[in-house]
Design a protein around this ligand. Structure first.
Ligand code: AMP
Ligand code: ZN
Length: 442
C-alpha cells in the first residue's frame, strides 16, 4: 500500500518512505501548559492521532515511535505562576493533568513518549554548545543567539523573504544582536525567574531549542515526520530546522513536515489572544468527546474548520446512527479497504467518513474502532441532572393538572425550566392519556 502525505517542505503530496521501516518516527509539538487547552489546540492532537493509528496499521504497532512534548518552560508559564502566586511546577503539573483528562475523552492514544522540556535541559545545553563551536551561534549580553545568516538556506520551509521574516518573527531590535533575524537559544534568568546553570550563567532556554533537544533525545538526529499547527511553520519550525541541521550537519531534521489548518470561529483563528476560544473542558460539559472527535475529522486536516454548533449536532446524529446500527462492544479494530485508501491519500478523513456511511455490521464496527471511536455516547448534560428529582416534579405537575390547579402546574414547569429541563407533552395514541417526556435544553 502506498501512503501519500502532503509535505510542507515541497508543497506537494509525496509517497511516504520512512528512514527505517522498523522504526517509523514522528514528533508533534505539544501544548504549553499554563491554562486549559482550547478546542483549536485539540486539532493537532486528533489529526496526528489518526496518522499515528494509520502508521501503526501500515508498519506494525510496535514499529512506530510517536513523541509529543509538553512545553513546561515558557515565559507565559512564569507570568501565570507569578499571577496565581503558585510555583511553576504546581501550575504545569495541574495543567498537564487537566490536558490529559481532556484529551482522554477525545479517543486519542497516548504517544510512546511525552518528553518535558524541564527534563531535557542537558541536551539543550549540549546542542547550543555545538552551535557555538560550529560558528552558528554566539554569546552576547548573557544571551546565546542563533545567527541566521550563518545558515545558507535558512527559510526553506516557510519560503519567506527576509523582510517577511523580520516582520513575522516580531523580533525585537536588541542591541546585542548581530542580525535582526537572529533568535534566542538561551537567556539569562534573574533570581525570581526559573533558571538552570549553564556555561553562559544561570538562565533558561528559548522555545525553539526545546523541541530540537526533545526530538533529538527521543527520535535521533533525523526522523520521519514532524507535525503541528500551521502557525508553527514560522518561526518555530523554521528555527527548529536551523538548530538541528546546523548542530548535526544533516540535510534535513525531519523528511516530512505536516501542518494542520486553523480551527476558526466566524472566519478567525481560535486563540487565547483573540478571546474567541472555548476550552475542551467546557465543550465536554455539553458534548460527548466522540462528537468532538468526529466533528474535527469531518474537515480535511489542511483546510480551515469553522467550529459551529450545527455541525456538532450533525456529528452527534451520525454517531447515533452508526452506534444504532452496529455494536462496538465486541468490535475487532480494522479499517475497511475504502476507508484505508481514503486515509492513505494524505489523511482524507472527509472521504473516509463518507465511506463509513456506506458500511454496516462488523465492517462498520471494526472501522469505527480503528479510527478511535469506542461507541460511548452518553449525553454529559444528563449526568449533571438529578433524574429522580425531575421525575418527581413531573408527577407533581401531573397531579396538579388532574386537580385543575393550573397555577401550580405552571409553577412546576417554570421550576424545571430553571433547572434547564424542557418538557414535551404528547397524547398516547392508544390510551389518549397525556404523556410527558423531558430533555436537557441546549
Ligand atoms: P500552543 O499551545 O499555542 O503552542 O498550541 C499547541 C498546538 O495547537 C500547536 O500545534 C498549534 O499550532 C495548535 N493550534 C493552536 N491554535 C489552533 C487553532 N485555532 N487551530 C488549529 N490548531 C491550533
Ligand atoms: Zn515544537
Amino acid at each position: 500500500m502506498t501512503l501519500k502525505l502532503y509535505n510542507t517542505l515541497s508543497r506537494s503530496k509525496e509517497e511516504f518512505r520512512p528512514i527505517d521501516p522498523e522504526n517509523v518516527r514522528m514528533y508533534v509539538c505539544g501544548p504549553t501548559v499554563y491554562d486549559f487547552a482550547h478546542i483549536g489546540n485539540a486539532r493537532p492532537i486528533i489529526v496526528f492521532d489518526v496518522l499515528y493509528r494509520l502508521l501503526r496499521h501500515v508498519f506494525g504497532a510496535d514499529k512506530v515511535t510517536y513523541a509529543r512534548n509538553i512545553t513546561d518552560i515558557d515565559d507565559k508559564i512564569n507570568a501565570r505562576a507569578a499571577q496565581e502566586g503558585c510555583s511553576i511546577r504546581d501550575l504545569t503539573e495541574r495543567t498537564a493533568d487537566q490536558f490529559h483528562a481532556d484529551i482522554a475523552e477525545l479517543g486519542v492514544l497516548e504517544p510512546d513518549v511525552e518528553p518535558r522540556a524541564t527534563e531535557t535541559i542537558p541536551e539543550m545545553i549540549e546542542l547550543i554548545e555545538r552551535l557555538v563551536t560550529k560558528g552558528h551561534a554566539y554569546e552576547a549580553d548573557g544571551h546565546v543567539l542563533f545567527n541566521v545568516p550563518s545558515m545558507a538556506d535558512y527559510g526553506a520551509l516557510s519560503r519567506r523573504s527576509l523582510d517577511e521574516m523580520i516582520a513575522g518573527a516580531r523580533v525585537d531590535v536588541a542591541p546585542y544582536k548581530k542580525d535582526a533575524t537572529d533568535f534566542v537559544l538561551w537567556k539569562p534568568s534573574d533570581d525570581d525567574t526559573p533558571g538552570w546553570d549553564s556555561p553562559w550563567g544561570r538562565g533558561r532556554p528559548g522555545w525553539h531549542i526545546e523541541c530540537s533537544a526533545m526530538s533529538w533525545k527521543h527520535l535521533g538526529e533525523m526522523f520521519d515526520i514532524h507535525g503541528g499547527g500551521i502557525d508553527l511553520q514560522f518561526p518555530h519550525h523554521e528555527n527548529e530546522i536551523a538548530q538541528s541541521r546546523c548542530a548535526f550537519g544533516h540535510g534535513a531534521m525531519a523528511n516530512y513536515w505536516m501542518h494542520n489548518g486553523f480551527l476558526q470561529v466566524e472566519g478567525r483563528k481560535m486563540a487565547k489572544s483573540e478571546g474567541n476560544f472555548v476550552t475542551i473542558h467546557q465543550l465536554l460539559q455539553d458534548w460527548p468527546g466522540e462528537v468532538l472527535r468526529l466533528n474535527m475529522l469531518k474537515t480535511h486536516y489542511r483546510q480551515p474548520i469553522d467550529w459551529t454548533e450545527k455541525s456538532l449536532e450533525e456529528s452527534w446524529a451520525s454517531l447515533r446512527n452508526w452506534y444504532g446500527r452496529t455494536d462496538l462492544a465486541t468490535a475487532r479494530p480494522g479499517f475497511s479497504d475504502a476507508v484505508l485508501s481514503a486515509l492513505a491519500d494524505d489523511l482524507n478523513t472527509p472521504m473516509a467518513i463518507a465511506e463509513l456511511h456506506k458500511l454496516d455490521g462488523d465492517a462498520l464496527a471494526g472501522t469505527l474502532a480503528a479510527l478511535g471511536f469506542s461507541g460511548k455516547l452518553t449525553d454529559p448534560r444528563e449526568r449533571q441532572v438529578d433524574a429522580g428529582k425531575v421525575l418527581g416534579l413531573i408527577n407533581a405537575r401531573a397531579n396538579a393538572r388532574a386537580n385543575k390547579d393550573w397555577a401550580e402546574a405552571d409553577r412546576i414547569r417554570d421550576e424545571l425550566d430553571a433547572m434547564g429541563i424542557q418538557l414535551k407533552d404528547a397524547k398516547d395514541s392508544g390510551t389518549g392519556e397525556l404523556v410527558t417526556t423531558w430533555e436537557v435544553k441546549r
